[in-house]
Write a protein that binds this ligand. Sequence first.
Ligand SMILES: [Zn+2]
Length: 183
Amino acid sequence: MEPWEQLPSVWKTKAAYFKWITNQIRKAWSRHPIKVEFKKSKSFLAPLGKLKDKKTGLPKMVKCQKCNVCGETFRDKDTQIDHIGRAGAFKDWDDCAPYMKGLMHVTFESLQVICKVCHDHKSYSENNHCTLEEAYARKSYLVWKAETPIPEQQALLAGEGYSDTSNEKKRKAAYLDLYRNAT
Ligand SMILES: [Zn+2]
């Protein structure tokens, strides 16, 4: 018998059980001394605070780190410590050893500071087996598609020289082509 079979009121499915156990292990990761020290070593003060310094009138100095992917500086709360290689997923008992090793067997060299936006795109690229650039292009398309009425999409694409935008597949191809040429 499996734990989720014995207490289905707690874990409705096997997937729910492994999601719970992943969350438990990630709590230990969040306090991993290598991670904590790595973050400390990458931290510096920069004038990105929302509050102003009373003496100078300039934005207050706050703890920051630089994103290793986009190179921008972010406040401490807007960055994460990322495994450069993939930590993997824990979805079955057989994943246990590789997942634990991927997550916990870290050194400063296998970690990087990443901003939330870059992290989101990195995860998308890993889950969809595409490059980071492709992830930015596709996610940009999804936002644009959701926010722009179809006639406006067609007008914008027509203005850029894409005349055949009669269906979504064609509009997506045109948008991605435009995005890639612009970046
Ligand atoms: Zn970034």
